[in-house]
Write a protein that binds this ligand. Sequence first.
Ligand SMILES: Nc1ncnc2c1ncn2[C@@H]1O[C@H](COP(=O)(O)OP(=O)(O)OP(=O)(O)O)[C@@H](O)[C@H]1O
Length: 491
Amino acid sequence: MLSILAAIERVAIQQPQKTAYQTHNASLTYSELWHLSDRLADYLMKLNLRRQQPIVIYGHMSPLQIVAFIGAVKAGHPYVPVDSSTPSERLQLITEASGAGLILTTELLQMQMNLPVMAVHDILDASSKDVILSSATWVQGEDIHYIIYTSGSTGQPKGVQITASNLTHFVMWMQEHFPLQEDGVFLNQAPYSFDLSVMDLYPALVGGHTLYAITQQEIANPKALFDSLATSNTRVWTSTPSFAKMCLMNKEWDQKLMPALDTFLFCGEVLPIAVCNELMLRFPQAIIYNLYGPTETTVAVSYVKVTKELVARFEQLPIAPITEPNVSVAEDGEIIISGPTVSAGYLGAPKLTAKAFPIVDGDRIYQTGDIGYVQDGYLFFSGRKDFQVKLHGYRLEIEEIEKQINNLPPVSSCVVVPVYKEKEIISLSAHIVLREPLTGAAFKTTKQLKALLSAYLPAYMIPKTFKYMDALPLNPNGKVDRKGLAVMETV
Ligand SMILES: Nc1ncnc2c1ncn2[C@@H]1O[C@H](COP(=O)(O)OP(=O)(O)OP(=O)(O)O)[C@@H](O)[C@H]1O
């Protein structure tokens, strides 16, 4: 494959008027993307930043965000995407920790920052002449292309550095394994500070497709969201399973509403079989894929195609066939990832990097912190190492408790969080969505559910409190917001 930038340039030359990026109220052609990003890169190069000095790009789904990403890497700088929903302290922390030389904005940033803040729009307005740039400055090979901050289990943001080579290998893998060549619209649901967005962004641009982005505002307004989806003409859908589950609450979300949709790509959290069964009924033309991977190994490294045979055979979906070359399970059950998409490590954190990315037989590998097991030729995800908690001396697996609650007939979905008091776990709290709305008093349902649960779990594993909700809250990335619920429960 050509480099990512060379592949996008080829599309800009061959199909200049093709739409590269679209939202409900704005769009950008490949020619515009190419020329505007050249102009931005030209401006950035004149600022004399250090080569490879990161640039923070702040904003939300908009054409200028994409122009800013491509402009930064053309000028040789990795970009650090920060969604405008990010709390201000986290933005401060990321800006400082990344050693960024500049913040480019596509939305108003009201905070005082300690480094220059420039609006992409103003830069482009001031330099209205097109420029011809050479490719000599582009990020390439082992240069860092982007840095995404994950919150990590400790809550301290860690900047995962993804090289141009990591990204190229990831896009090649996507093109090889999924039906991405045929022309069509790719949906972009994940904000750019979440690496799931990379799964649609680069395969779409490199392949000369149109990316259709839905905004947080639309997501918060069901009518606007489904109007937007209906007109988007989406063929390839990428999202978290939780986001699809939320869409399934609307009975009208089906193949009639989205006739072109033929591919679902899910990643980022467990994909429940119940969600797949419902999708198969509503979208008979579509193929569903369950992809797996952490930010540290560039978005995703393995997948299974979800077939009727697979959902009938297992209680939970596997995340990889055991033949997947770069994914394995260590003796203690931890999932280990190797191969060309393993990140260059955490920016400015050599100790953390050495710990998480040890060198084995001359190759850097990544220890995921995920626990897996092998059965019938497949690898299954069974939970996170850091979801093991200690309560009154017992070691508990939160996911095991959730699985049992989820299996109870009245329950549609559930998340269990530890309740902390002065840094110690004093109990567990279950947040539950029922299949049918609560009719009588909540305590009666709780009594019934606890009685059912006692057939499967010892008393010390049954959460003390049960709370009922219409839907589980999602974080800005579209995953179930476990951290938000845990903070709410802290006493
Ligand atoms: N198909 C899948 N099935 C189950 N879990 C998955 C799947 N895909 C990803 N995951 C989970 O998501 C994790 C990767 O997510 P990500 O890199 O976004 O970090 P995170 O741990 O969710 O967030 P953060 O570190 O920012 O708190 C994986 O390590 C795994 O735990």
